[in-house]
Design a protein around this ligand. Structure first.
Ligand code: 2P0
Length: 320
């Protein structure tokens, strides 16, 4: 009746933006991501307490805003006729700030809930459960470099490269630790209804996936850099042209982008990607990490830096 799981967030290089089914939370496009080993969420679940409602504590503070989604996730994994749970979550990075905390949180939660109930589960079932609550969480069920594909009524995840085959580094420049103004879920639904670029975004995803997949297969950093930056800016173009517009960047985000472009000019293997938030993620090779950190630290508006290599799939332990 008790279990703990630890899971890593992931960042997409080929992004998910938009849903083809909002009820089942099925993404409109395939995506490809890096699981970040240096960042984690630990999730403890206790179903043995005879509570009269679910209780959620995040980083030591009782949380109400996220409780509904957490309860829905437990209903999905365990069933609606379940005992109420106490859920204690701990995260070593800012949450709801464009650092994919929902991917590590909901992947950890489904793994912990299955472990607590001693349910038979497999990778695809865990991904389907996590993805129903948070599209990006499905990708955190695997480590390394992960692809998410849309199959008619569900999703499938696949590991393209394990955490050690091509050890990439990610330097994260945090430019604002506050929570974002609009959730990605709300924003992508607005985009699908109002951005004139949305249909082009959907239509052009498959060539980007193909290019990125090939780049991973060949460990071709330059090709992965080019297609990832292109896909990221395409997603942000859809966001910017949404009505009302969704602009997650701030001045430091843009300054970091320019700094990364300058580093590329002098031959540094590095590229940027940004998600539903103002933080910049610079993907590089481990041997270049120190130089990238030094450069991004100098940018006005960068409040802190985190770094990560690629990480593994979630782990869990039952009967604490
Ligand atoms: C991604 N994002 O591929 C994209 C890029 C943000 C920008 O997946 O609505 O919070 O809960 O399924 O899981 C946002 O992820 O979205 C997201 P929902 P979620 O990583």
């Amino acid at each position: 009746m008790q279990a703990m799981a630890r899971s890593h967030p992931n960042i997409a290089l080929i992004k998910y933006w938009g849903k083809r089914d909002t009820t089942k939370n099925l993404p409109a496009v395939d995506s490809l991501s890096l699981t970040l080993g240096g960042l984690w969420t630990k999730m403890k679940i206790d179903l043995s307490l005879n509570l009269d409602r679910d209780e959620l504590i995040i980083n030591g503070v009782i949380d109400e805003p996220n409780l509904l989604r957490v309860s829905q996730c437990l209903d999905l994994v365990i069933g609606k006729n379940r005992k109420f749970a106490k859920i204690i979550s701990e995260c070593n990075f800012p949450i709801s700030a464009g650092l994919a905390s929902s991917s590590s949180s909901f992947s950890a939660l489904v793994v912990a809930a299955n472990a607590a109930m001693k349910k038979e589960s497999n990778t695809q079932l865990l991904a389907a459960q996590a993805g129903t609550i948070s599209g990006s969480a499905a990708r955190s069920i695997l480590g390394g470099i992960v692809e998410l594909n849309n199959i008619s009524n569900t999703i499938r995840i696949k590991q393209l490269s394990n955490a050690t085959r091509w050890p990439l580094s990610v330097v994260i420049a945090i430019t604002d630790k506050n929570k974002k103004n609009i959730s990605s879920s709300q924003a992508m639904n607005l985009s699908s209804r109002s951005s004139p670029f949305y249909s082009a975004w959907i239509k052009n995803q498959s060539p980007d996936m193909k290019e990125a997949r090939l780049a991973v297969k060949n460990k071709d950093f330059d090709k992965l850099a080019a297609v990832s930056e292109h896909n990221c800016l395409k997603m942000h173009s859809v966001m910017w042209t949404t009505k009302p517009s969704v602009v997650y960047w701030n001045a430091a985000t843009l300054n970091c982008m320019h700094a990364i472009r300058d580093l590329q000019q002098i031959g540094e293997p590095v590229f940027f990607t940004m998600d539903a938030g103002p933080q910049i993620k610079a993907v590089c090779l481990p041997e270049n990490e120190t130089r990238i950190i030094k450069r991004l630290t100098e940018i006005d508006g960068v409040v802190s830096i985190m770094k990560s290599g690629l990480g593994e799939a979630p782990t869990s332990s039952a009967d604490l």
